[in-house]
Write a protein that binds this ligand. Structure first.
Ligand code: SF4
Length: 100
């Protein structure tokens, strides 16, 4: 875990709703779905429950917070279950005739 990955993960996690509204990038979504499914079924995922409605998940291998860790493109799973993602894939697909 390094500060750059933490910053990247949280920033892109917070931006993810905006990315989806713009136009989801199918290739990026494929990577995020894979990371989500892998992490949520991983034996190293640590879930701390604070109340009946709140819990906090972290990776027991690197200590990164989930789901923010999924959004750090340069991060690799510390257990080799997924790899980094090419930075170019993180751009949203531009809509045709978009004036934004
Ligand atoms: S980052 Fe890797 S080791 Fe950590 S919870 Fe996700 S799949 Fe498991």
């Amino acid at each position: 875990m390094n500060l750059s990955e933490i910053k990247e993960g949280w920033l892109r996690y917070l931006m993810s709703a905006w990315f989806k509204q713009r136009q989801p990038n199918p290739e990026l979504q494929k990577h995020l779905d894979h990371r989500f499914e892998t992490c949520t079924s991983c034996p190293h995922m640590v879930v701390k429950t604070y109340s009946s409605k709140r819990n906090w998940r972290t990776c027991g291998k690197c200590g990164c917070a989930f789901p923010a860790l999924m959004f750090a493109y340069g991060k690799k799973c510390p257990d080799g279950r997924w790899q980094e993602i090419d930075k170019d894939i993180w751009q949203p697909v531009k809509k045709e005739n978009s004036h934004m």
